[in-house]
Design a binder for this molecule. Structure first.
Ligand SMILES: [Zn+2]
Length: 260
């Protein structure tokens, strides 16, 4: 099944699939073997940019991960995020956090997800659609700011100055990173993907001055001191991706990269 077809039948990645304690199984029908990475979907004009140059105004990010081996490179593959989607995001923020705002200012957290999807293109195609999610039937459509492929390539979908809807209770303060894959263990076990994920996360946390503890898994959302949810129907809802045990491993490896 092509990535586009898959996205059409299983639009809910782990950012919205099933409110659960048993894992992100909402889109599990996808077969990674039939939904391969699709480099051709990344047109040349989207370009490749070093993260350091992506936000050159941030001196704190310079010299951290980028200094360890080859520079971290982020493939820009922005999803449409026009005026309508911004209004939808601001409306969501008003309902759930109390203020009509789509901008993300001074993010406090980085939230790790896995997609229950076998390719970055499947994730991108789903996020590009600004349509109601299957879990809560709300707008805006879900998204994350970044994604990491199985081979460790990082992609940028949304500028970090804009809110993405990826985790109940924390969209107003967090950057979201999606991963190709179907389980925490699968991603932690893929060296290249894990390395790419850690480097991206380290660069972001250093850019925004976040301690390692402020890098959390989606499944840890309810424990966060930044959690805020005004809608009782949403309160207490989370997903199963990147549980605490997996994030302990992830944070330890992140800390091994050293200080910013
Ligand atoms: Zn998630």
């Amino acid at each position: 099944m092509s990535a586009r077809r898959w996205a059409a039948v299983a639009p809910a990645l782990c950012v919205v699939s099933v409110a659960l304690v048993s894992g992100c199984s909402g889109g599990g029908a996808a077969d990674p073997a039939t939904a391969p990475e699709s480099p051709s979907a990344v047109t040349p004009d989207r370009g490749t940019a070093q993260l350091a140059s992506d936000q050159a105004a941030n001196p704190s990010g310079a010299g951290s991960v980028a200094s360890q081996g080859a520079p971290l490179r982020i493939q820009k593959w922005l999803i449409p995020y026009g005026a309508k989607r911004k209004r939808d995001m601001a409306g969501y923020s008003k309902r759930h956090y109390g203020r009509f705002r789509w901008q993300l200012r001074n993010p406090k957290l980085i939230v790790e997800h896995f997609a229950v999807a076998g390719s970055v293109s499947a994730i991108h195609n789903t996020f590009a659609l600004n349509r109601r999610d299957v879990e809560f039937h709300e707008l805006p459509g879900v998204c994350t700011h970044f994604a990491v492929s199985a081979k460790g390539q990082a992609y940028k979908f949304v500028p970090t100055s804009i809110r993405c809807r990826h985790v109940v209770g924390l969209n107003q303060v967090s950057i979201g990173i999606e991963h190709v894959g179907f389980s925490d263990a699968e991603i932690l076990g893929r060296k290249r993907q894990l390395r790419g994920s850690l480097r991206l996360t380290q660069e972001l946390r250093c850019r925004f001055g976040l301690p390692v503890k402020n890098v959390i898994g989606h499944n840890e959302s309810l424990r966060s001191p930044f959690y805020k949810e005004l809608d009782p129907d949403f309160r207490g809802r989370t997903h199963g991706d990147f549980r605490r045990a997996s994030m302990r491993v992830y944070r330890a490896k992140l800390a091994d990269l050293g200080p910013c």
